[in-house]
Design a protein around this ligand. Structure first.
Ligand code: GAR
Length: 195
């Protein structure tokens, strides 16, 4: 069985979309894959509740309990690797990862970012797109490399920026699309993994 481990920091709606797609698309039968665990750096991440209700193992590692980024990432690797992941999926995981962490999961580490990369890496993507006068915004699923929000683009979704958009209304429109493209990209990756 190919295990998927998902890392979250907040509401976990992308994680939930992947879990639902796995159930509805019968990934266990069709792709020999399952969501094995959901891990978070925050104990108050709402997505943990959804994961637990769906019978998925969860764990919390508070980054503030570690002396350095390296120490936190080492502990995170140990926790993740208990589940022997074929694929590690970042879904709103709001931590910068060390190069050692990224190298450990090279080729099996995905992220979703709420902009049309390479435009607007980093934070506050929706406000920055509005401020720049963009007519279109969107989201990108990409492989993770040591450079923040870089790496091969696997999927994108485009939405219009409306004249009266705020960062919140634009984020909502983009998030709806994230829930479509991320599960699809994860399924495609699972298909291409020769495990
Ligand atoms: C999503 O919009 C995701 O693209 C973004 O955080 C949100 C998480 O929502 N990720 C980043 O900004 C990563 N730098 P969710 O917890 O409901 O999936």
């Amino acid at each position: 069985m190919k295990n998927i481990v998902i890392l979250i920091s907040g509401s976990g709606s992308n994680m939930a979309a992947i879990v639902r797609a796995a159930e509805q698309g019968r990934w266990a039968d069709r792709l020999n894959a399952r969501v094995a665990a959901v891990l978070s750096n925050r104990s108050d991440a709402q997505g943990l509740v959804f994961a637990q209700e769906n019978g998925i193992a969860t764990a919390v590692l508070n980054h503030k309990s570690f002396a350095s980024r390296e120490d936190f990432d080492a502990a995170l690797i140990a926790e993740i690797d208990r589940h022997a992941p074929a694929l590690l999926v970042l879904a709103g995981f709001m931590r910068i990862l060390t190069p050692g962490f990224v190298a450990h999961y090279a080729g099996r580490l995905l992220n979703i970012h709420p902009s049309l990369l390479p435009a607007f890496p980093g934070l506050n993507t929706h406000q920055r797109a509005i401020d720049a006068g963009c007519r279109f915004a969107g989201a990108t699923v990409h492989q993770v490399t040591a450079e923040l929000d870089h790496g091969a683009i696997l999927a994108q979704a485009v939405v219009p920026v409306l004249a009266d958009d705020t960062a919140e209304t634009l984020a909502e429109r983009v998030l709806t699309q994230e829930h479509l493209i991320y599960p699809r990209a994860v399924a495609e990756c699972l298909q291409s993994l020769s495990l």
